[in-house]
Design a protein around this ligand. Sequence first.
Ligand code: FAD
Length: 324
Amino acid sequence: MSVLVYIENSEGTFKKSAFEALSYAKEVSSLSNQDVIALSIGKVDAAELEKVGQYGVAQVINVDTDQLGQFVNQAYASVIAEVATSKSANTVILANTFSGKGLAPRVAAKLDAALAVAATSLPTISGDTWTIKRTVFSSKAIATEELTAAKRVISLSPNAFEVKENPVSVNIEAFQANVSSGDLSTVIKEIVRATDKISLPEAEIVVSAGRGLKGPENWGMIEELADVLGAATACSKPVSDAGWRPHSEHVGQTGIAVSPNLYIAIGISGAIQHLAGVSSSKTIVVINTDAEAPFFKVADYGIVGDAFEIVPKLIEALKTYKNS
Ligand code: FAD
C-alpha cells in the first residue's frame, strides 16, 4: 500500500502548496509505514519534476498528454483515481487550493474513500481509523474527524504544514492514463488574462485595503506598495461594493479566499466575514488608526497609525532596501 500525493502546477511550475503537500505526505507515509509517490499532471519539465526529491519523495509519476494540458476537473480527478488504484494507494493527499477543492470530493467518490477537507494536522492512526483536525465554518472552528474507511482522501489547508527539506534522488515514471471522452465534455480552449497583474488567489504577498482609505483616488499608494513588493492587490467588501475597486479584488467569506505568505491589511477593521477569507495567511500585518480594531487580534505585526503617513514611508524604506 502507498500514499499518493497530487502536486499541482501553475503553467509548469509547482506551487508552494504542492511542496507543503509533499512534505505532509512524506510525514504521513512514515506514520503509516507506507511508500509515498508523487503525481504530476500536465506539462512540467524534468528539472521541475526533480524538485520533488528535495522534500523526501523519491518517485514521481508524470501524466503528460496534450488532452490534459489545461486543468479539467473531471479528467484530473479520474487520472488521480486511476493512478491511485494502479499504485495500490489507500491514501491520496492534495492541497486544498481552488483546484484541490474541486478534485478532492470527486477522487473520494471514485475511490469510495473517506474525505477530510482542509486538514490542518497530521493524522493519528489506529488501524483503518485515522483521526484528523480540519477547519470548518470558514476557518472559525476546528473539527476533529475520524476517517474509518479503508481508503481516504485528505486535502491539506495551505500554510497549515511547514515545507520540510529532506533531499533524495528522484525516479520519474511516465504514466499513460485512460482519459475518457466523457471526462473531457468541457475543455478549456484558451485562457486570456484580464490583466498582467499577479493573480490574487495564487499570490504569495497580498496588499489589501479597506474603507479607511476614504476613496478610490487614494489607491495609488496601495498599488505602488504592491508593485514594490511584487504583490497582488485586494480589498474589503464595502470597497468593491462602492465601486472603488473591482469585485475581483474582494476577499473574505463572500469573496476570494487567500492564503499568502504575507497579507498586509491597511485601513480594514477585521470583521469576522473579512477574516474568514484571509486567516490562513502565514503572516498578517495590520495598519490601522484604531488600536482596538479587531484585526490586531489576529495580526503577527501591527502598526497603530494613519495609513496616509505610514504607507508612503513603507514604500520609501522598501525602495531604499531594494536599491542597497
Ligand atoms: P470599516 O469597517 O469601515 O473599517 C475601516 C477601518 O479603517 C477601521 O478599522 C478604521 O479604524 C480604519 N481607518 C480609518 N482611517 C484610517 C487611516 N487613515 N489609516 C488607517 N486605518 C484607518 N467584508 C469583507 O471584507 N469581505 C467579505 O467577504 C464580507 N462578507 C460579508 C458577508 C455578510 C453576510 C455580511 C453581513 C458582511 C460581509 N462583509 C464582508 C462586511 C463586513 O462585515 C465588514 O462590514 C467589512 O469587512 C468592513 O470593511 P472595512 O474594514 O473596509 O471598513
